[in-house]
Design a protein around this ligand. Structure first.
Ligand code: RB5
Length: 152
């Protein structure tokens, strides 16, 4: 498939390398450019580091969105949401994936390599990527999230 000019940055710890490869392969087949920041092997790495790398790459402005992965998706999402400008959504199914974009304008999504999803991960990705941010009242709420950045 021809490139669709959309770029996605992806990264995982050792708990989701297989899922990362599956997602990268799928997205590339759909025409996305995917930059895989690792990890690439089974050696244990710390998930905050891979989450940070993906989020910092996203914040350069080079990517449309990012995908962070660890065993559960929980650790990477917690880490990502510590970074100013990141709205990372831990999604579980097509519904939460769509809402993550439509209502929360999530710029990063998190998934777990050790999670048994009830839906194919490809359908979860599709739902997020096909969704548009609805704006309106959701913009106001996102403004309030931004206001919380840096709060103790
Ligand atoms: C690593 O063993 C595991 O803790 C990590 O992949 C993730 O699930 C953390 O939230």
């Amino acid at each position: 498939m021809a490139a669709n000019n959309k770029s996605i940055v992806i990264g995982s710890d050792h708990g989701a390398v297989e899922l990362k490869t599956r997602i990268k392969t799928y997205l590339e087949k759909k025409g996305y450019t995917v930059d895989d920041l690792g990890t690439h092997g089974t050696d244990s790495v710390d998930y905050p580091d891979s989450s940070r790398d993906v989020c910092e790459a996203f914040l350069t402005g080079k990517y449309d969105c990012g995908v962070v992965l660890c065993g559960t998706g929980i650790g990477v999402s917690i880490a990502a949401n510590k970074i100013k400008g990141i709205r990372c959504a831990l999604i579980h199914d097509p519904f939460t994936a769509e809402m993550a974009k439509a209502h929360n304008n999530a710029n990063i999504i998190a998934l777990g390599g050790r999670v048994e999803y009830a839906h194919p991960v490809e359908s979860i990705l599709d739902a997020y990527l096909a969704a548009d941010f609805e704006g309106g009242r959701h913009s106001r709420r996102i403004g309030k999230i931004t206001d919380l950045e840096g709060r103790r």
